[in-house]
Design a binder for this molecule. Structure first.
Ligand code: GAR
Length: 206
């Protein structure tokens, strides 16, 4: 295997997906290729981004599948049918059960918009994370890319980057700065690091 096959799971705007697509095109991700985008929201703009990049996409919702277990079963089916090596959660706003995460040990990564262990875990997602950081009054926040296990935001940390909070920040201005200065840089770097490891490990098995 020369490249790891990547699936990106999304729910919304997909700016992190875009950062991954751009990094692959620019040769900053060279040990992996994005072959699938899965959204749990049919209206996600991320689906447009996948289409524009010529990447296969699927929409799978818990409701259409008839519950979390059936959703995860369908998701595993779709991922395994395509021989996916690495799953990247890029703004995927749903918690995956242990049945799912244990199927892909050290093969799922997530980007979280804070410096874990601050402002993370159940209920901390999207703008809420930045609202919590501002209301606590921290002067530094940031982003974390970590492996995904059965504990929400609890898997091993891969990369982190700090970002300063500025006087007058709103959740929206802070979110944007954390994305620009940290998430969009860290996620492609972490993807390349993990893909390189996966390619090496697969090579060793032959
Ligand atoms: C990003 O800030 C991402 O870190 C966050 O949602 C946003 C998605 O933006 N994810 C979480 O909060 C997960 N716990 P995007 O759709 O533009 O990439």
């Amino acid at each position: 295997m020369t490249k790891a096959k990547i699936a990106v799971l999304v729910s919304g705007g997909g700016t992190n997906l875009q950062a991954l697509i751009d990094a692959e095109r620019a040769g900053r991700i060279k040990s992996g290729e994005i072959v699938l985008v899965v959204s749990n929201n049919a209206a996600a703009y991320a689906l447009e981004r996948a289409k524009n990049a010529g990447i296969e996409s699927l929409t799978l919702t818990r409701r259409d599948c008839g519950g979390q277990a059936a959703f995860e079963e369908k998701l595993i089916e779709a991922l395994d049918a395509r021989g996916i090596d690495l799953i990247i959660l890029a703004g995927f706003m749903s918690i995956l059960s242990e049945t799912f995460t244990s199927h892909y040990p050290k093969r799922i990564i997530n980007v979280h918009p804070a410096l874990i262990p601050s402002f993370c875990g159940q209920g901390f997602y999207g703008l809420r994370v930045h609202e919590a950081a501002l209301s606590y009054g921290v002067k530094v926040t940031g982003a974390t890319v970590h492996y995904v296990n059965e504990i929400p935001d609890g898997g091993e940390i891969i990369l982190q980057k700090a970002v300063n909070v500025r006087p007058g920040d709103t959740p929206e201005t802070l979110q944007r700065r954390v994305m620009e200065q940290a998430e969009w840089k860290l996620l492609p770097r972490a993807a390349e690091l993990v893909c390189r490891r996966l390619v090496r490990e697969k090579g060793n098995k032959i």
